[in-house]
Design a protein around this ligand. Structure first.
Ligand SMILES: Cc1cc2nc3c(=O)[nH]c(=O)nc-3n(C[C@H](O)[C@H](O)[C@H](O)COP(=O)(O)OP(=O)(O)OC[C@H]3O[C@@H](n4cnc5c(N)ncnc54)[C@H](O)[C@@H]3O)c2cc1C
Ligand SMILES: *[C@@H]1O[C@H](CO)[C@@H](O)[C@H](O)[C@H]1NC(C)=O
Ligand SMILES: *[C@@H]1O[C@H](CO)[C@@H](O)[C@H](O)[C@H]1NC(C)=O
Ligand SMILES: *[C@@H]1O[C@H](CO)[C@@H](O)[C@H](O)[C@H]1NC(C)=O
Ligand SMILES: *[C@@H]1O[C@H](CO)[C@@H](O)[C@H](O)[C@H]1NC(C)=O
Length: 561
């Protein structure tokens, strides 16, 4: 007699239980979607990149001149953005030859001069897919100009792997259209960018002068703004140039820091507002990274002989290997086609002592020394090295000790002039091995575009008094993750000297987890997509913590050990 109602109650309780689980699952799913949407909008830069091409419809421009200090990647991108907003844009760049034909030459490999102030100029260069996506918005004829300069645009399958075992590119999850990237040398890329901004007569109010910015002076009636920049010209004379906006794009010189402190900015700290004086804004750590690059010029006959694996093309052929065990300094090898008939062979290693790989033979020995995970290093890699060696090409060899990375925390600095901004390596540099430096400069330009188009009233003649502060907040949101993630990964290398007050244990759990996601990515599409997005500048940093990815990663760790 009593079983009937009990059964009914059980059934109802069970239904309620299922319903609750369903609702909780639905809520968790919704919460995740909201969280991810928030991260995507605020930090990824992607929504802003999509709007880059469309500037504010207003015809009126801001009065005066935007002075861009430095004419490399960040400077050229900042000039392009400012050309939409300012009456006049002047790039000030010390290397005089850059304003000549040679600085905008069609083929980078035929350039006669070499950059003396850009460390990376003759080293390994990789561009992320997000960089290409952004550049296409800024320069509608990018594809055509790349082709003209012998730079290849390709679906960005970088043949990623975990210690030799392939991680498939997420072609299907992008509906068969993997985002693209540009393949070519750093010299070719920079030269192309300069031609796009300065060489085609499209941005007529942008010009470049040869000179070094040596200081700034406050506006006479309002010291919260910079009035003029001081420029040392090629003939050593000093000239002053009026500036409505000063953009520090001086790379690792970080000259802005010096100009500002010499003019007394960054000192008036209000106690308790959490802001830093300028002199305390810089933090630095050292991964003691050594870069060896061999650039081989090959003949068409040699090109014919090279083996090409069935899933690659000779125009974009590449192979990369990163050691899993970091005790020898996270050694990394890369072999890649460049613009022109050139191949680049690269070795990177962190070490207290100098390490150099100066011959193809030294590179071969390095690759032989690697311990693989499941799949061996493919034969064609060794064959390619052999064939290149036999052909005795002209080889350009370079070795660099990459300087420590540094961060000027302008976003926390008190008392900056309202018309001063900085982007690119002048704000911070990161471990170059991840190939993010130019994307970071692009996102800086994106932040500048956003603050100019949304924070400056449409009828304004000059930028508002809180411009610098707004910019550095936006710049922080769009770029800080580059610093956080590389900082964390570099602490996995025993030779790294950490930031003051930290030790190399910082982030060890996340490092462990990210390595496990990479291992899962060999066989799991979600993990592969997340990993690819992270490597190419897409997605957001929380994608790695998607609940189902976390569960799968932990499960895979348990079953694989
Ligand atoms: C070894 C190495 C490898 C790298 N590999 C990659 C990679 O594969 N992919 C990637 O995206 N990034 C890479 N990077 C990072 C990339 O090189 C930088 O992020 C990028 O060059 C930053 O551009 P920038 O314009 O901010 O600075 P820079 O390119 O350093 O340019 C600074 C410019 O400022 C000028 N200048 C200096 N002082 C003054 C002054 N007082 N007044 C006026 N002008 C001045 C200089 O002449 C120069 O033109 C690498 C870096 C290194 C060191
Ligand atoms: C370009 O600059 C000149 C002054 O140098 C100015 O007269 C002209 O209006 C500017 N052109 C545009 C399109 O802003
Ligand atoms: C990494 O390599 C070192 C030798 O360089 C060795 O002592 C260590 O056991 C290795 N670690 C792992 C996890 O294989
Ligand atoms: C910045 O200044 C502008 C104009 O001077 C003002 O309209 C705006 O509210 C300010 N924004 C903030 C966040 O203070
Ligand atoms: C940057 O992110 C912080 C924290 O999420 C947010 O409060 C702030 O409004 C963002 N700033 C800008 C300029 O987007």
């Amino acid at each position: 007699m009593t079983t009937q109602p009990q059964n009914g109650q059980l059934k109802a309780a069970f239904q309620l239980f299922i319903l609750t689980i369903g609702v909780l699952y639905g809520l968790a799913h919704l919460a995740w979607r909201v969280l991810r949407w928030h991260f995507f909008n605020r930090y990824s830069g992607i929504p802003e990149i999509e709007k880059l091409g469309t500037t504010r419809s207003l015809g009126q421009k801001l009065d005066g001149t935007a002075v861009i200090c430095g004419g490399s990647i960040a400077g050229l991108l900042a000039a392009r953005v400012c050309s939409d907003f300012f009456e006049r844009v002047i790039i000030v760049e010390p290397e005089e030859w850059l304003t000549t034909e040679d600085g905008m030459r069609r083929y980078g490999w035929e350039q006669e001069h070499k950059r003396t102030r850009v460390m990376q100029y003759q080293s390994l260069h990789g561009g992320q897919a997000l960089l290409y996506t952004g550049l296409r918005e800024l320069f509608p004829d990018l594809d055509e100009q790349c082709r003209y300069s012998g730079m290849t645009i390709y679906p960005a399958d970088r043949r990623m792997n975990f210690a030799g075992t392939p991680i498939p590119a997420p072609v299907e999850s992008y509906g068969g259209n993997l985002p693209k990237a540009i393949l070519g040398s750093r010299s070719g890329f920079e030269t192309l960018l300069r031609r796009l901004v300065l060489g085609q007569g499209k941005y007529r109010n942008v010009s470049q002068i040869a000179g070094t910015v040596v200081g700034v002076s406050p506006q006479s009636d309002d010291s919260s703004r910079i009035g003029r920049t001081k420029i040392r010209l090629a003939d050593l004379g000093v000239e002053e140039l009026d500036a409505s906006l000063v953009v520090d794009c001086t790379g690792t010189t970080r000259a802005g820091l010096k100009w500002l402190s010499q003019s007394g900015y960054g000192t008036a700290v209000v106690h308790g507002d959490g802001k830093l004086p300028l002199q305390d804004a810089k933090i630095t750590f050292d991964q003691k990274l050594h870069y060896s690059t061999l650039i081989c010029n090959v003949t068409p006959a040699t090109l014919e002989k090279l083996p090409v694996p069935s899933n690659q093309k000779i125009e974009t052929i590449s192979y990369g290997f990163g050691e899993d065990n970091t005790s020898k300094g996270r050694r990394i090898f890369a072999l890649t086609r460049m613009d022109g008939n050139r191949f680049l062979i690269f070795a990177g290693q962190s070490s207290d002592e100098t390490v150099k790989y100066e011959t193809l033979d030294a590179m071969r020995s390095l690759v032989h020394d690697f311990k693989t995970y499941k799949d061996p290093i493919p034969e064609w890699v060794f064959e390619t090295i052999d064939i290149l060696e036999e052909s005795q090409p002209v080889i350009h060899s370079s070795h660099l000790r990459v300087p420590p990375t540094a961060y000027i925390r302008y976003h926390q600095t008190a008392d900056l002039p309202s018309n001063f901004v900085a982007l690119g390596d002048s704000v911070f540099s990161i471990d170059p091995i991840f190939g993010q430096g130019c994307t970071k400069a692009l996102l800086g330009a994106v932040a500048l575009h956003k603050v100019l188009s949304t924070r400056t009233p449409a009828d304004a003649k000059e930028i508002p008094g809180n411009f610098s502060e707004q910019f550095f907040k936006e710049h922080f949101n769009k770029t800080d993750s580059f610093w956080q993630v590389t900082h964390l990964l570099d602490y996995g290398i025993p030779s790294t000297t950490p930031l003051p007050g930290e030790d190399l244990q910082v982030g060890s759990l996340i490092r462990w987890y990210l390595r496990r996601v990479q291992i899962l990515a060999i066989k799991d599409a979600q993990a592969a997509r997340t990993f690819w997005d992270g490597a190419m500048g897409f997605g957001t940093s929380i994608d790695f913590f998607h609940p189902s990815l976390v569960l799968k990663t932990l499960f895979n760790t348990v079953i694989e050990g």
